[in-house]
Design a protein around this ligand. Structure first.
Ligand code: AHM
Ligand code: MG
Length: 331
């Protein structure tokens, strides 16, 4: 049996990218932060972290205690590498600059959703952390430095706090997944070179929003529901975890499509999911695994962001299915 590869060994041996010197220490901090968050989540109700806080985040959603605990852990640990100049989070209205004393080499930006799917925490269903790393044009970054296209990301990844804790990331050279061995606290490479099958018979969408969708999405779902009796000539299966990280992970493992499309409840918001720290990092990962990611109108990674907390329609997963749904938008 071959010796399992730790995440540290993997970074030393397989990180092929011009930002390697900075990325390795930055990523090790991200992984430490995720490990700490995993421990806090595992404590569940025993740790007394389950209730709502009094405050709302910028999207007007009640923040769970764990949202803010995860946010604080992420900031505290990730400011230490010396490479990060600024951070932005779903849970913070504005960007923050990393303190001068930590910023020796800092011209990278870290964007994150510290606890995605947090409505699932109280019912003990999987949640995750999503992160994205950009190069900054300034050591004293302002909001404008963060507003880069997703195609400019140099790294993106997520931690999934599921039946096991996993880390999955890309630096633009494929996608690799690692599983936490809980006793040693070490992440080992368990899912090398993850690939999304081009075809699928599984979709993930919140069906309760059906009447609010636009016609192309209704058409696609109608055809899936007709299954073998309709023009698709095959039956489809459906899943909805309400944790984007869990849905995308499932798609990386066994194919499928994940959709949070535009709906008529959300036109002013532009969709549900956030571009900078949800859609962009997940799109980078999905494309690197051979899948596709689109709003229905354009490739997500090509979008020029207009705001830190901008929302977008999201369709991602198996390439042939996404191509079909995009074609329905053009029909
Ligand atoms: P969050 O970042 O506030 O947790 O919201 C994002 C989550 C996604 O993980 C998930 O796909 C979606 O919201 C679920 O939405 P819904 O409650 O409409 O099913
Ligand atoms: Mg989120």
């Amino acid at each position: 049996m071959t010796q399992p590869v730790t995440i540290t060994e993997f970074l030393a041996q397989h990180l092929q990218c011009e930002h390697k010197l900075a990325l390795a220490p930055m990523l090790l901090d991200v992984f430490s932060a995720c490990k700490r968050i995993a421990t806090v989540i595992e404590g569940g109700a025993l740790a007394g972290n389950m209730g709502n806080l009094e405050s709302e985040n910028i999207q007007g959603e009640m923040q769970k205690a764990l949202d803010m605990i995860a946010n604080d852990i992420f900031i505290e640990i990730n400011q230490q590498s010396g490479y990060i100049a600024g951070m932005a989070s779903e849970e913070m209205d504005d960007i923050i600059q990393v303190a001068e004393k930590f910023r020796q080499n800092g011209d990278y930006l870290l964007l994150f959703d510290p606890l995605d799917g947090s409505s699932n925490v109280n019912v003990n269903i999987s949640v995750g952390t999503i992160f994205s790393i950009l190069k900054s044009s300034s050591k004293h970054p302002a909001l404008a430095d963060f507003l880069q296209q997703g195609s400019a990301q140099i790294c993106a990844g997520y931690a999934l706090y599921g039946t096991s804790t996993m880390l999955v990331f890309t630096t633009g050279n494929g996608v690799n997944g690692f599983t936490l061995e809980p006793h040693s606290g070490e992440f080992y490479l368990t899912h090398p070179d993850m690939q999304i099958a081009a075809d699928t018979q599984e979709f993930a969408i919140n069906m309760s929003n059906y009447r609010f969708w636009q016609e192309p999405i209704q058409r696609y779902i109608d055809e899936c529901l007709l299954g073998a009796d309709g023009e698709r000539e095959k039956d489809f299966n459906m899943r909805w975890v309400a944790s984007m990280v869990a849905e995308v992970h499932r798609i990386l493992v066994r194919g499928g499509v994940f959709m949070y499309p535009m709906d008529s409840k959300l036109p002013a918001k532009g969709g549900k999911l956030r571009l900078m720290y949800e859609a962009n990092p997940m799109s980078f990962i999905v494309e690197q695994a051979g899948g596709a990611a689109s709003t229905g109108i354009e490739r997500i990674l090509d979008m020029m962001p207009t705001g830190l907390h901008q929302r977008v329609p999201v369709l991602m997963g198996s390439a042939n299915e996404i191509e079909r749904i995009v074609a329905y938008h053009q029909a």
